[in-house]
Write a protein that binds this ligand. Structure first.
Ligand code: SF4
Length: 373
């Protein structure tokens, strides 16, 4: 059973709202709010860090929103405080999400000096028409200017790409141009899910979406990337430790307005309200204890997304139940004979095949039904 943990800091500030965005962030904020919010993040880190006792913290992650709204001093304070709390920044994955639109070299250099060793760039598309359609404030020219600067300081760079939008888009060409700017080690490719807002970009039809996904997959496979999770690809050894904590049922503290936490040993989840004022005032945190069924389902939902799959010994230790008795060997055998699951009886590992990853919902529905009956 693993005992790794991570800390996520949510920075919910964006100068402009992207049209496809469904995350909690605000567009109106003052410099003073950023300072107060940064102080509140540090105070919460201080007061909640003991929830991770008995674990090894392997990841610090700043996401958003736009972490690039925070000034250089903020990252220095967090790095210093994390070190004082006993986190070894040298061995940690220390990631900052960045919008390539609003960066200067001194800010980038400062991240490096604070111990940040991984950058996650919100690229989404490398085509000005698509960027305009989805309301990004980044342009191709911004990326051409800034991505090489990141590459000068950081070896481990990830980028996010969104597909399922942008008619007649040439994703293969976009990726070619992007990889000229930096040798990315990790790519997250997310399928667009349209928020219920009138001005949100239109979803492409299923055929075109599948075609875009295939282009991304083929491009990355040719570059030597492996699809280690349904939406995530990396070169060997560059899988995201942060994301793996979510998928392998590790513990994480999510700090900041709208952020959620999960502590594996207690099974307790908690979440801050989507309210920046409340967070600054030290309020808005509530806990939820998931039922056994909810936890089982969550475990399968996350664990079957990753290529390494789920370990049945780990399952038994966590839930006190034998997986094969719970869902029945027959259910597993059927999914195996349909080519959707692989079952290594000696290693006690169950994982999705490539086909199973493409039809994950069908696999999960069958397993969930078996658990409920
Ligand atoms: S930058 Fe990210 S969080 Fe901010 S509006 Fe765009 S998608 Fe949403």
């Amino acid at each position: 059973m693993h005992n790794r943990s991570g800390i996520y800091f949510h920075i919910p500030f964006c100068p402009k709202k992207c049209l496809y965005c469904d995350f909690f962030s605000v567009t109106k904020f003052s410099k003073n709010t950023l300072v107060e919010y940064g102080d509140a993040l540090l105070a919460e880190l201080e007061s909640r860090f003991n929830e991770l006792s008995g674990t090894e913290t392997v990841s610090l992650y700043f996401g958003g929103g736009s972490p690039s709204m925070m000034d250089e001093g903020f990252f220095r304070k967090v790095a210093d405080r994390a070190t004082e709390l006993g986190i070894d920044l040298g061995s940690c994955e220390f990631t900052v999400e960045v919008n390539p639109a609003d960066i200067d070299e001194s800010w980038i250099k400062n991240l490096k000096n604070c111990g940040v060793n991984r950058i996650s760039l919100g690229v989404q598309a490398f085509d000005d028409a698509v960027l305009a359609e989805i309301g990004r404030r980044t342009t191709v020219a911004d990326m051409e200017k800034n991505i090489p600067v990141f590459a000068k300081y950081f070896d481990n760079i990830s980028c996010d790409i969104i597909y399922g939008l942008g008619k007649n888009r040439k994703i293969n060409q976009e990726l070619e141009q992007l990889f000229w700017l930096a040798s990315f080690k990790h790519v997250s490719a997310y399928s667009y899910s349209r928020p219920e807002r009138e001005n949100a970009p239109q979803l492409l039809d299923e055929d075109e979406t599948l075609l875009q996904e295939k282009e991304i997959r083929d491009f990355l496979q040719k570059k030597g990337f492996s699809r280690y999770e349904i939406s995530n690809y990396s070169l060997n050894g560059f899988e995201s430790k942060h994301n793996m904590l979510y998928w392998t049922y590790g513990s994480w503290l999510g700090i900041g307005a709208g952020a959620a936490s999960f502590i594996r040993k207690t099974g307790v989840s908690s979440r801050y309200a989507d309210d920046i004022g409340a967070f600054i005032a030290g309020d808005g945190l509530s806990s939820v204890e998931l039922t056994l069924h909810e936890r089982l389902e969550e475990f399968l939902l996350m664990g079957l997304r990753v290529k390494i799959g789920i370990n049945l010994n780990d399952f038994k230790e966590l839930f006190g139940k034998d997986f094969l008795e719970l869902v029945s060997e027959k259910t597993v055998s059927e999914l195996v004979s349909e080519g959707l699951l692989d079952f290594d009886k000696n290693a006690k590992i169950i994982k999705c095949t490539e086909k199973g990853s493409d039809f994950l919902n069908a696999v999960l529905i069958k397993l969930f039904d078996a658990i409920r009956n």
